[in-house]
Ligand binder design. Structure first.
Ligand code: NAP
Ligand code: ZN
Length: 365
């Protein structure tokens, strides 16, 4: 049985925010703008949103304290802000961190959910409407129903997920990425690539998600040379943004698999950016899958115009540069943390404990 659900309205193109003011006025009188500390103020996205709200005669309040890898504490603080300001809807602007925080804030502003219940998956239907403006091309959070939060008590990152968390509207405008630095660009592109590759290696993959993933992987691969030189045109930026949204549509159905489960410990304990954490593991994960399903891996590599996993690993090594050091004790600890994660069981070939250990080891030792 084939199932696919995508309720988010996607509006793509240059100046798409300014050309669609009614999308904002239809949401209510007052917005909570959820964003990170500084980039939205510099890349034009916040200015465009405020210009539209002002022209529409709408009011807004800004919550701009979202850090990278947002914490549980941050989303409760944002939700208190939303309640105090009595907002009607949420506008999330930024990379995956502000967008993920915005989703949790939109739900916590309407429902009394304790911290213990937050990861239970049992939520009511009440949520503030959401408009999202991605300013990185990587997470696809603008079209997924997941919000990934840092949970200090469990020393890891965990996703909350519910159909009510799908944003209502996503505006895709690559002009906000003109000055995205090299490291954020590379890490986020690799995150998007990882989403499409993992989506194809999920037990929930289907012909529709595979079709989206294949286009996404090909589009990302068409930018590999420009990425290596870090000489990206606006058209490349548009292709990467489109590809990352397609990859988000893939994982909204398939979920992510072992790579994301493993990457969370590298982010939590080694402070590695999310996309980088996936990138350092992806090639060795493909090698593990290849042992069981060589045709599947050959197909994925062919979308990138590559003949073998070594070629792919060379590319990732070139893009990611010198890797962080990791000890065997650390690998043992991360393996223990990774094994119970639901993305492990979601992997087309379910890795055993020693497989997870070996992927970490061959990737980072
Ligand atoms: P991010 O943490 O949102 O942003 C990384 C850095 O880039 C921040 O310093 C940010 O500035 C800056 N930045 C953002 N846009 C910029 C722009 N246009 N120009 C210049 N700088 C810019 O990174 P991300 O990789 O996009 O998101 C990672 C998060 O998303 C992780 O928490 C990950 O777990 C989550 N994620 C969620 C999903 C999902 O389905 N929900 C999927 C994958 C990943 P500011 O400090 O100003 O924000
Ligand atoms: Zn990701």
């Amino acid at each position: 049985m084939l199932q696919y659900f995508m309720p988010t309205r996607v509006i793509m193109g240059e100046d798409s925010i300014k050309k669609n003011p009614s999308v904002f006025s239809e949401m209510g009188k007052k917005a909570l703008i959820v964003t990170g500390k500084s980039s939205a103020k510099k890349n034009g996205s916040l200015d465009d949103v405020i210009e539209v709200l002002s022209k529409n005669g709408q009011s807004w309040s800004i919550y701009d304290k979202v850090m990278s890898n947002p914490t549980v504490e941050c989303v409760y603080e944002g939700a208190s802000h939303a309640r105090a300001e009595e907002v009607d809807y949420v506008i999330g602007i930024g990379g995956g961190s502000p967008m993920d925080a915005a989703k949790a804030i939109a739900m916590l502003a309407c429902q009394d959910i304790t911290e213990d219940q937050l990861f239970s998956g049992n939520y009511g239907k009440e949520v503030l409407p959401m408009i999202f403006v991605p300013t990185t091309a990587g997470t696809g959070s603008e079209v997924t129903s997941a919000s990934v939060l840092t949970h200090h008590k469990q020393k890891t990152k965990i996703g909350i997920s519910s159909p009510v968390l799908f944003p209502d509207v996503a505006f895709l405008d690559a002009k906000y990425m003109d000055d995205l630095p090299r490291d954020v660009t590379v890490n986020t592109v690799i995150d998007a690539l990882s989403h499409s590759v993992e989506g194809m290696l999920s037990v929930r993959a289907n012909p529709l998600t595979d079709a989206l993933a294949s286009v996404s992987i090909r589009m990302i691969a068409s930018c590999f040379e420009a990425l290596k030189k870090f000489d990206l045109s606006r058209k490349d930026r548009e292709n990467l943004l489109y590809a990352s949204t397609l990859a988000g549509m893939v994982i909204s159905s398939t979920g992510t698999v072992a790579v994301h489960a493993m990457g969370y410990s590298l982010t939590y304990f080694k402070n590695m950016d999310h996309g980088r954490a996936n990138g350092v593991l992806l090639a060795e994960f493909l090698r593990f899958i290849e042992e069981h399903l060589p045709d599947k891996v050959e197909q994925i590599l062919s979308y990138m115009g590559m003949k073998n996993v070594d070629e792919f690993k060379d590319l990732l090594d070139e893009l990611l540069g010198l890797k962080e050091e990791i000890t065997l004790d650390e690998i043992n600890m991360y393996t223990e943390i990774t094994m119970p994660k639901h993305n492990i069981k979601n992997t087309i070939v379910e890795p055993k404990k020693e497989d997870i250990f070996n992927i970490y080891k061959s990737s980072l030792c």
